[in-house]
Design a binder for this molecule. Structure first.
Ligand SMILES: Nc1nc2c(ncn2[C@@H]2O[C@H](COP(=O)(O)OP(=O)(O)OP(=O)(O)O)[C@@H](O)[C@H]2O)c(=O)[nH]1
Ligand SMILES: [Mg+2]
Length: 335
């Protein structure tokens, strides 16, 4: 089942951003460095089209550094886009990259600054990606509410970084139909989707399906699995979750596997970084998933169109009372 989560407050956020965007000088799009493709919200891109944009790959401390470089090269190659990676969480990252973000805003909007033309920056992104944390780091104190769950910020809020520099924090937003199925799973496992909108075992299995090959060594190390790295890489998703369950006290006396408990453990270990630095997608892979999703959508639309009932007769009659519909009977009897 594809994962979808677009509660009412996200629709309100969409409207609030739409109204605000004309008064904005720079848009900072916060992406999750572990899923830099899937966490890019197409609806936000549409709403902020034409605005100078900085793409920030946040939570870089949790992401695979080699893959982060690949994603940065990918985004920096796009015209009019500046991208860099950082950790908004001051406990984890360095302060410097956060300060650099300020400079980037002035580079992108050089005519702003001073009391008359203050710099106005909107920070947006999917839920739980670290928007409010970044605001706190930029302002230098804990002023915006943050929390380790999706949907902490509920309303747009303005923060004053300096007399001539305003920041707008926005609630995390997804989009009404996530058509790339793997994006839904990656968003869910990262913590961007509300808890009730997905099934933990399904999300954990999909996660293991992806990471088993590139990150088998991390899985083996974290769960002290008996199998060799190669064996771990070739287990099925269920076998792998079962092997993990055996190591995290998620197997009952009769050998009954507690899939929910094992899944929750795997998900938490990814979110906290206990599993190691993992990135769930590469630019080429993501492009492929998108292309497949477009194909699937087209096939779906074609099936829908084919199911449409045949055109009804219009029931119009000419002056002599004969049927004039343009369907099968259009020829009608000759005089
Ligand atoms: N490891 C790590 N954790 C981070 C980083 N940035 C934010 N976090 C954590 O991510 C969680 C979410 O942070 P928030 O700032 O509340 O996220 P948000 O984007 O404002 O979330 P919503 O308001 O729900 O949309 C918190 O537990 C933060 O401590 C980071 O760079 N690294
Ligand atoms: Mg927030």
């Amino acid at each position: 089942m594809a994962i979808q989560w677009f509660p009412g407050h996200m629709n309100l956020t969409r409207k609030a951003i739409e109204a605000r965007v004309k008064d904005i000088d720079v848009f900072i799009e916060l992406l999750d460095a572990r899923l830099p493709g899937s966490s890019a919200n197409p609806m936000l891109a549409e709403l902020t089209a034409g605005r100078p944009t900085v793409k920030v790959l946040n939570k870089q401390d949790l992401a695979d550094p080699e893959r982060t470089d690949i994603w940065l090269a990918h985004y920096n190659a796009q015209p009019g886009t500046q991208a860099f990676a950082l950790s908004a969480n001051p406990g984890v990252g360095e302060k410097k990259p956060v300060q650099r973000l300020r400079d980037s805003c002035f580079e992108l909007a050089p005519l702003r600054g001073g009391m008359v033309k203050p710099m106005r920056v909107l920070i947006g992104g999917v839920p739980n990606v670290g928007k409010s944390t970044l605001i706190n780091s930029l302002v230098g104190r804990k002023t915006a509410k943050t929390g380790d769950e999706a949907g902490v910020t509920r309303h747009e809020q303005r923060f004053v970084l300096a007399d001539d520099f305003y920041l707008y924090d926005t609630p995390g937003m997804l989009w009404p139909r996530i058509n790339v199925e793997r994006s839904g799973f990656n968003l869910a496992v990262s913590g961007a989707v509300g808890k009730n909108a997905y099934d933990e075992p399904e999300v954990a299995l999909e996660f293991l399906h992806y990471v088993a090959k590139p990150y088998a060594a991390l899985l083996k190390a974290r769960y002290k699995l008996a199998q060799t790295v190669d064996e771990v890489a070739s287990l099925t998703d269920e076998q792998l979750l079962e092997a993990i369950a055996g190591k995290v006290q998620a197997v009952g006396k009769g050998g009954h596997v507690d899939w929910q408990k094992a899944a929750e453990r795997v998900i938490t270990d990814l979110r906290t970084g206990a599993l190691g630095r993992i990135t769930l997608e590469l630019p080429d892979e993501f492009a492929e998933w998108q292309a497949l999703a477009v194909e699937a959508d087209e096939a779906r639309d074609a099936r829908k169109a084919a199911r449409k009932p045949p055109k009804k007769r219009t029931g119009k009659r000419d002056r002599r009372g004969r049927q004039t519909d343009d369907g099968d009977n259009a020829a009608g009897p000759a005089d």
